[in-house]
Design a binder for this molecule. Sequence first.
Ligand SMILES: [Zn+2]
Ligand SMILES: [Zn+2]
Length: 153
Amino acid sequence: MYPLHKPVHPPNVITCFPLSHSRMHQYVIYNSQYQIIICRQHGYAIQSRNVIRHFREHHKIISWEIRQRIAEYVHGLITCQLERLETPDDGGEPIHGLTIIKGCQCVYEGCTEKGALTSIKRHCQGAHKWTEGDNAMWTNQAMQTFRQGPHRK
Ligand SMILES: [Zn+2]
Ligand SMILES: [Zn+2]
């Protein structure tokens, strides 16, 4: 039998791109599940409208030309409002590109509060009447956050 169609080689989109996707991904990663753009180096999500400014202010070492390419790349992506996102879903796969931080999870019954150690302590004091000197009522947990946390260096 003669195949109706020749085996399709996808058109090489990469060559029309001034920066290859793999090179682009050194700088930014698009996560289509959450519709977010992640800065590779910082490990957090950037609002699409802030991408240009972010790279201009924080990545001066990247040439203007590459920053333009990043802006063009990002321009064509569907992104969501970062403000609406909290933390990645529990139990999901870790999100490629986001920094993994050490955090804690409250272990009081029925409570799912998570956060950095200091905020979990504060939470336990406020919500569960925990006091310093009580046993720790949290477990260590690797976490990811979309945003740049206040504890982030
Ligand atoms: Zn960055
Ligand atoms: Zn709690």
